[in-house]
Design a protein around this ligand. Structure first.
Ligand code: HEM
Length: 399
């Protein structure tokens, strides 16, 4: 419960925020639509119209210092591990152009059969047990498998890579930067990627890494460092986020049995299940920007060089954009969601994430009659911008 007298503090590192940020978001939207956190040195925008305008005006709100507030992941070097997510034009367009070839609608659609096969492999093992961890045994495995397929990472290396990428985003309570285990994991990944790139330069295959090694724009080729940055981005942007979306869909449908009944009675509603989950509790809660030019926001002029957070999770619950926003409702219009950003940096993997989630939920609905979740044993991850479960024990009754 929030009380009007309690001071309004929004700290994305606080464990209370990881458990439930929504009461704080409500107060931010109403009491401080341009919020200032002096201690951490950022401003935050929480209303839907402001977040959307921030994404749209990417000339004023620059991404060149990264999109995270972790000191180790922000600053002019951010592109080393976040590639074009942390670039402005013209560098952004050059890299995104080269990579986008791997994400054409046709390439993504062609992945459906492979995704279903991978899903079935994991799901067979889960259903045989009856009780399993939805994250560790299913949702946490598939996105990394799919990215690994795209990049040509061998099967034997995938579990280890997943463990490293989890360490990269995890934060112990009180930590406000990448912890030593995260730094060590990043170094291991750099070594692994260097070997992968060297191997593909020598033995090109049909995968995205080989395509990037060969890609040329106006005689310009990508360096090993640029490809490494992109591989980091794929793991951070495409792995955790999709895992979290899947587990949120499973969890919020369980918490709202009237809504759960809809896709279980009519699998044609699975798309609505995915979209409402993206709105209601999205995995990528906020993106940071730095002002390039003076900008007026809510009667105050911010000078260049100020860090501004776009609170996606708050915008998706703004009653100005979504009536009764705290209701999980598969019948609502979700077309205004900002879960994948907007404009120049719009998520390149949005259709892939939607496809993966739809396929997994389709297979679950086809084979599971009903399920329970052990909510007391569920645990959330502690990360500054990724929101979702680390552990979600579930028991299913198969059809
Ligand atoms: C539910 C899953 C996902 C969510 C919620 C999500 C969210 C986002 C958001 C909000 C952005 C915009 C960042 C910004 O404006 O600064 C973004 C960018 C991006 N995402 Fe995703 N994403 C998801 C899945 C994926 C997947 C599966 C991939 C690839 C395999 C991917 C690759 C990317 C890339 C490459 C960018 C950078 C685009 C650019 O800067 O031009 N994402 N994502």
């Amino acid at each position: 419960m929030t009380t009007a007298t309690a001071p309004l503090v929004y700290d994305p590192y606080a464990y209370e925020i990881h458990e439930d940020p929504y009461p704080t978001y409500e107060r931010l939207r109403e009491e401080a639509p341009l919020y200032r956190n002096e201690e951490r040195g950022f401003w935050a925008l929480s209303r839907h119209a402001d977040v959307l305008a921030g994404f749209r005006d990417s000339d004023t709100f620059s991404s060149a210092e990264g999109v995270s507030i972790d000191p180790a992941a922000s600053g002019p070097h951010a592109h080393r591990t976040m590639s074009f997510l942390a670039m402005d034009p013209p560098q952004h367009g050059r890299m995104r152009g080269l990579v986008s070839r791997g994400f054409t609608p046709r390439r993504v659609a062609d992945m459906e059969a492979g995704i279903r096969e991978l899903t079935t492999q994991h799901l067979d093992a889960c259903l045989e047990q009856g009780s399993f961890d939805f994250v560790a045994d299913l949702a946490g495995k598939l996105p990394m498998d799919v990215i690994s397929e795209m990049l040509g990472v061998p099967q034997a290396d995938r579990a280890e890579l997943r463990k490293r990428s989890d360490l990269l985003v995890h934060r112990e309570e009180g930590m406000t930067d990448v912890p030593p285990a995260g730094v060590a994991a990043a170094l291991d990944l750099v070594v692994y990627y260097a070997d992968l790139i060297a191997d593909r330069r020598a033995n090109p295959g049909d995968d995205l890494v080989s395509a990037l090694c060969a890609a040329e724009i106006d005689g310009d080729r990508l360096t090993d460092d640029e490809i490494t940055g992109f591989l980091f981005l794929m793991v951070v942007a495409g792995n955790e986020t999709t895992t979290k979306l899947l587990a949120h869909a499973w969890y919020w449908a369980w918490r709202n049995p009237d809504q759960r009944a809809k896709p279980f009675e009519d699998p044609g509603r699975i798309g609505d299940w995915v979209e409402e989950t993206l709105r209601y509790d999205t995995s990528s809660q906020m993106l940071a920007r730095v002002t390039r030019t003076p900008v007026e926001l809510h009667g105050r002029v911010l000078p260049p060089g100020e860090r501004v957070l776009l609170l996606v999770g708050a915008a998706n619950r703004d009653p100005r954009a979504f009536p009764e926003p705290d209701r999980y409702d598969l019948d609502r219009d979700t077309s205004g969601i900002v879960s994948f950003g907007f404009g120049r940096h719009f998520c390149m993997g949005a259709s892939l994430a939607r496809l993966e989630t739809r396929v997994v939920l389709e297979e679950l609905v086809r084979r599971v009659r009903t399920y329970e979740i052990d909510a007391d044993a569920a645990r959330r991850v502690h990360s500054v911008n990724v929101r979702g479960f680390d552990t979600l024990p579930t028991t299913v009754e198969v059809r």
